[in-house]
Write a protein that binds this ligand. Structure first.
Ligand code: S3P
Length: 188
């Protein structure tokens, strides 16, 4: 698939070289990111996967062995390397925008897209997940409140993104909205 499905060539040529997806766990960053990358003929990268490769262990193991603050330091290091990449869609970990001056750095590194998804959808998508340490730290009874509180805390950071898009829909529609919003933004 290529973006010809969604946009004409002139619009495609003017696309920013780094498109950075931010948002809560379960907001669809990976699914939408991969689809967006293939629609633009861009590469796709996930900051969690990059960190796992750097450390030679899973995010869960990093949290368990070294703690969350160590993981957050790795995230901040990774941000500084993002400008090394061109023609790429980058999915970020859900907490990345919240720490240090990460959101400002992300906004400098590329065009940032916030995938906005509600508590219920997030809960449905992540409640059975056993790879996310912040999810497995909760019980079924506490998870929804955890999501509600964390999301509320993080929203002000996510809203610093340059483009806000409603997630929680068919990924192809979300990609189409992102492409249109970026193309429209470029014209102003
Ligand atoms: C986290 C989200 C995860 C991962 C880590 C912490 C968070 O990424 O970075 O488990 O703080 O929300 P995803 O958003 O890709 O699940």
């Amino acid at each position: 698939m290529n973006s010809g499905i969604f946009l004409n060539n002139t619009q495609q040529l003017s696309f920013p070289s780094r498109i950075i997806l931010i948002g809560f766990m379960g907001s669809g960053k990976s699914t939408v990111g991969k689809l967006l990358a293939s629609s633009l003929d861009y590469q796709y990268m996930d900051t969690d996967a990059l960190i796992e490769k750097m450390e030679g262990m899973s995010v869960s193991d990093i949290f368990a062995k070294h703690g969350e603050s160590y993981f957050r330091k790795l995230e901040s290091e990774v941000i500084k390397t993002l400008t090394d990449y061109e023609s790429i869609v980058i999915s970020t970990g859900g907490g990345m925008p919240v720490f240090e001056n990460n959101m400002a750095l992300l906004n400098k590194a590329g065009i940032t897209i916030f995938l906005n998804v509600g508590v219920e959808t997030i809960y449905q998508r992540i409640s059975k997940d056993n790879t996310r340490p912040l999810v497995t730290a909760n019980t079924d009874a506490t998870l929804k409140d955890f999501i509600k509180n964390k999301l509320q805390e993080r929203i002000p950071f996510y809203k610093q993104a340059q483009v806000l898009v409603a997630g929680g829909r068919n990924p192809r529609l979300v990609v189409k909205t992102i492409l249109t919003k970026i193309a429209t933004k470029k014209q102003h």
